[in-house]
Unconditional design. Structure first.
Length: 314
């Protein structure tokens, strides 16, 4: 079971394993919250044709940029426990939380707070990566998976699988070691580490706010707050004539929009259809990563491109 919109490596992995993809939809009208009723609907429907085993949650979300509340995480854990699902918690954006009042709650921590009935039984794997957060070391390919309550037979197979794989480069392993064991107060590197980390996170938060402000004020854009991760995922209105033109060109409407944007402005964003979205809605994903000064220029270009696009196809 995967969220829609989703990080497409999940649908690709499911296809690769010849497994069945079960979609549950995040609630765009409620800051892309994960809704338990929707999980239940997806599971009940899926059980008519397959035997769902795994529930995947991405928090903070890619491409949707939301941070789930502690209550939601508790509800998801209870749901997975009651339904006998293995829970995959993709928490690679755990350091990227920007919005006031939002906080990252790890599935493992919440699980252990819920008592032994849950923490001794629920099978949980959580993921982290050095490619996100404040470090953004994408090319070094380091990350980890922490697994709890894994069936011993499955653990044996998992160890075999890892043993036949090659390890990531030493640099990636060193970075991972530093991230999992960062400088502590009183140690020589601590002050500098703290300052640099905070500067990166403050700058990302500033960019998240700027994108949100601009997108929320473009008529035809509908944008949730960028609470975390590294993305904004606005819904955009596309005129019927643009949708017809996209069909003629053999593209999904949001792909058509994104290609035109790229061709005319050089701005590269990813169409919502790459992540999944409710049929008849159109989105794109934009990262908050461009430098602040460039971002302003880029957002102005994007805004006037959209206005011209709407006019052209109206
Ligand atoms: C939600 C999510 N999970 C996992 C990954 C994979 O991270 P990495 O490339 O560091 O393995 C990404 C990368 O974009 C992601 O967005």
């Amino acid at each position: 079971m995967i969220p829609i919109p989703q990080y497409p490596l999940y649908s690709a992995a499911i296809a690769d394993l010849d497994a069945v993809q079960v979609n549950y939809y995040l609630d765009e009208d409620d800051h892309w919250a994960l809704n338990i009723e929707e999980l239940r609907r997806a599971l009940t429907e899926a059980r008519t044709h397959c035997n769902p085993k795994v529930l995947c949650a991405i928090n903070p979300g890619n491409p949707t940029g939301q941070v789930q509340t502690k209550q939601v995480i508790e509800d998801v854990i209870r749901f997975a426990f009651e339904e006998g699902l293995f829970l995959l918690a993709d928490e690679v954006y755990q350091d990227n939380v920007y919005a006031e009042g939002c906080e990252f709650h790890s599935f493992k921590k919440v699980l252990f707070e819920m008592g032994a009935e849950y923490s001794d039984n629920l099978e949980l794997a959580s993921f982290h990566s050095i490619s996100k957060g404040y470090m953004g070391e994408c090319g070094y390919r380091g990350g980890y998976m922490e697994v709890i309550n894994l069936d011993p037979g499955v653990r044996t197979e998992l160890m075999k699988l890892f043993s036949i794989r090659l390890c990531p480069p030493v640099a990636g392993q060193v970075i991972l070691a530093v991230i999992t064991n960062p400088p502590q107060p009183g140690e020589p590197s601590y002050e500098r580490f703290r300052r640099e980390k905070q500067a990166v996170l403050d700058s990302l938060a500033e960019r998240a706010r700027l994108i949100e402000d601009v997108f929320c004020n473009i008529p035809g854009f509908h944008c949730n707050p960028v609470q975390g991760a590294m993305y904004s995922f606005p819904r955009i209105d596309l005129p019927p004539k643009a949708i017809e033109a996209a069909e003629e060109a053999g593209h999904a409407p949001d792909m058509f929009f994104c290609l035109k944007l790229l061709e005319e402005t050089g701005i590269c964003v990813v169409p919502g259809s790459g992540f999944g979205q409710i049929e008849g809605t159109y989105h794109f994903r934009m990262t908050i990563l461009p430098k602040f000064e460039k971002l302003n220029i880029l957002l102005n270009k994007l805004k006037s491109f959209y206005q011209d696009f709407v006019e052209q196809y109206s």
